[in-house]
Design a protein around this ligand. Structure first.
Ligand SMILES: NC(=O)c1ccc[n+]([C@@H]2O[C@H](COP(=O)([O-])OP(=O)(O)OC[C@H]3O[C@@H](n4cnc5c(N)ncnc54)[C@H](OP(=O)(O)O)[C@@H]3O)[C@@H](O)[C@H]2O)c1
Length: 116
């Protein structure tokens, strides 16, 4: 099973990616900077891992990055600023979605906007 980690370049994203790898999942590392994602992959020893850069404001690029994944784990905050675009792209790509947000306003807006 393939899982995309968005915001995989930094702290939480790297932890999530490392744990997914430990559990044997295929991983797509995604975020706005291909260079930083490659650095994260190298630091985690994830050579050959699929890196798919996509700007958080570009719905089509995000959906393409998430294509073929069963789920998206969004670790890129602040979520209130650009989280909805990532959620919409995950839905467009047919993925389950989860994130690391503790922003209550954002979490409430997810239920109100995407609950159905
Ligand atoms: N619920 C909890 O208890 C909990 C625990 C830990 C973290 N968090 C939340 O999880 C998020 C990540 O935390 P962290 O400690 O991993 O932070 P971090 O190390 O600063 O990483 C932030 C990540 O977000 C990405 N990002 C920032 N602005 C972006 C933008 N405009 N477009 C695309 N990507 C962008 C960064 O990508 P670049 O490398 O390209 O800058 C990086 O991958 C934060 O919102 C934090 O509040 C919640």
């Amino acid at each position: 099973m393939k899982i995309a980690v968005y915001g995989a370049s930094e702290y939480t994203g790297r932890l999530v990616a490392a744990e997914l790898r430990r559990r044997g999942f295929d991983i797509v590392l995604s975020g706005r900077s291909a260079e930083r994602l490659r650095q994260a992959a190298a630091s985690l020893g994830l050579t050959g891992t699929n890196v798919r850069a996509a700007d958080a404001a570009d719905p089509d690029a995000l959906a393409a990055a998430f294509e073929g994944c069963a789920a998206v784990i969004n670790c890129a905050g602040p979520f209130t600023a650009f989280g909805h675009t990532v959620v919409r792209a995950a839905i467009a790509a047919g993925c389950h979605y989860v994130d690391t947000s503790a922003e209550q306003e954002f979490v409430q807006s997810l239920f109100e906007t995407f609950g159905e």
